[in-house]
Design a protein around this ligand. Structure first.
Ligand SMILES: Cc1cc2nc3c(=O)[nH]c(=O)nc-3n(C[C@H](O)[C@H](O)[C@H](O)COP(=O)(O)OP(=O)(O)OC[C@H]3O[C@@H](n4cnc5c(N)ncnc54)[C@H](O)[C@@H]3O)c2cc1C
Length: 430
């Protein structure tokens, strides 16, 4: 029996219900084995297949069962690490090269949707970033820098203009980005898997790698039902990375975030939200949301190091939404879920080589749509010898996550961010 997707909006509206890629059975061999069927693994597999490579992809559960099939669906450039932190580590020119890669990641997805005709990715243009404190000057400077450094046509919005789109006292100014978009990530991922299969990639769902012998010229990966030999391995297990490759697990912090789906609100949703764009607020771990079909709101929020979902998840997210849009009092929640992201301590993707012909492509944090696309591409280019662009990520290596203390430090940092957000917002309202 195929394992199930968790109950999400995407699982409920999944277009491709019938395709199942059977588990690995018996002995097999391949040139390149990709471990992990999220968007990082799929992107690498597709880029390799398009270069004519012989590829097998092993996924522990179902294609995009993890973060890639459960996320907020917002596709925009940038990384989880902010510009200042990246510049501090690598300097302004290197930062600009990285940022351009992140823009390329957005374009890869746009182009895949177009060229593969993925209508059920339900792509909707536009992203609106809003702040909960007075930030006119900072946002105007941001828009100027985006135009000057990257030619991006983002537009500053005054508080009145934000209010035309979002009927809430919570927000001050905003930035409108027409070149970003949002989509149905699970339908998109499954379409990438179909394209991989069409190009000859052998995909196996329900095939968790439980042992990995990665030394030597031939790598051996074992699952419950089979064993595969490969010349080259790409590790893309994201926030679900287990102990199979200890060096990767030690470098990663699994961080959860939550989304709820409201009942269909129909036209009533316009009492609150009057834009089709994806919306993100500027808190360090703020709200990200959008209007889905039937006027449902997909409302995302928070980051946490806790592994289990809080028992009152749906209700606490509902209260949060109502604190921004009290006019929607009485709305019901259809479902709520969590997903796990991989974060490195430096908050940048981890892309590179663990050993000869053993690649990792992970730690995309909360900005994984553009970065998994470009991550997969630069890894494929590296394997094929087409480019060394993956080296742009070298300064952000597999830093140790700090163990249990590292996890506690993340939770403390998050709480301190929340306190700082509260203080910054309070000052704007005095
Ligand atoms: C709720 C939520 C909302 C988010 N919203 C956004 C957003 O709006 N925009 C954005 O850009 N990013 C967002 N993100 C982040 C983004 O989803 C992730 O960064 C991205 O999907 C990571 O992709 P991945 O392929 O690295 O990991 P995953 O998608 O988690 O895939 C890893 C896969 O590896 C498999 N695996 C693990 N171990 C093994 C093994 N031993 N053998 C075989 N397979 C294995 C897992 O089953 C899983 O399917 C969000 C994340 C979450 C959780």
């Amino acid at each position: 029996m195929p394992s199930e997707y968790v109950d999400t909006y995407y699982q409920r509206t999944l277009a491709d219900r019938d395709t199942y890629y059977p588990p690995l059975a018996g002995a097999a061999s391949t040139d390149i084995c990709v471990v992990g069927g999220g968007l990082a693994g799929l992107s690498a597999a597709l880029e390799l297949a398009r270069r004519g490579r012989d590829v097998t992809l092993l996924e522990a559960r179902r294609i995009a069962w993890g973060a890639s099939g459960r996320n907020g669906g917002s596709v925009s450039p940038a990384f989880s690490a902010g510009a200042d932190a990246i510049i501090a580590r690598v300097g302004p020119e290197h930062y600009r090269q990285l940022y351009r890669l992140s823009m390329e990641g957005v374009e890869i997805i746009r182009e895949n949707i177009r060229s593969l005709g993925i209508a059920d990715a339900h792509k909707v243009d536009g992203r609106l970033r809003v702040v909960r404190y007075e930030a006119t000057e900072a946002l105007q400077r941001f828009c100027e820098a985006q135009q000057r450094d990257f030619g991006r046509e983002v537009r500053f919005l005054t508080r009145a203009q934000v209010r035309e789109r979002l009927v809430s006292d919570a927000y001050f100014q905003g930035v409108e980005d027409p070149a970003s978009f949002h989509f149905h990530p699970l339908n998109y991922a499954r379409a990438l898997a179909r394209e991989c299969a069409r190009l000859g990639v052998r995909i196996h769902e329900d095939s968790a790698v439980s042992q990995a012998g990665l030394d030597g010229a031939v790598k051996r990966l074992r699952t419950a039902g089979g064993e595969i030999e490969a010349r080259c391995v790409v590790l893309a297990m994201g926030g679900y990375t287990g102990p199979v490759v200890p060096g990767l697990r030690r470098a990663m912090l699994p961080i959860a975030t939550y989304i709820m789906l409201t009942e269909p609100l129909g036209d009533r949703v316009r009492q609150a939200i009057r834009t089709a764009a994806a919306i993100g607020d500027d808190r360090r771990a703020g709200n990200y949301y959008r209007v889905l079909d039937g006027g449902r709101i997909g409302w995302g929020s928070r980051i946490t190091t806790r592994v289990d979902d809080p028992p009152d998840l749906a209700e606490s997210l509902r209260r949060e939404l109502l604190s921004v849009y009290p006019q929607l009092q009485g709305l019901r929640v259809e479902t709520a879920w969590s997903g796990r992201m991989a974060y490195a301590r430096h908050l940048m993707p981890q892309i590179g080589k663990l050993a000869p012909d053993v690649w990792y492509c992970t730690a995309f944090g909360g900005h994984g749509m553009n970065t998994t696309a470009i991550g997969g591409r630069v890894v494929a280019e590296g394997i094929a010898g087409d480019s060394g662009r993956y080296r742009l990520f070298e300064p952000f290596g597999l830093a140790w996550n700090g163990g249990a203390l590292g996890t506690a430090a993340v939770q403390l940092t998050y709480w301190s961010y929340q306190a700082r957000d509260w203080w910054r917002e309070r000052r704007s309202r005095i």
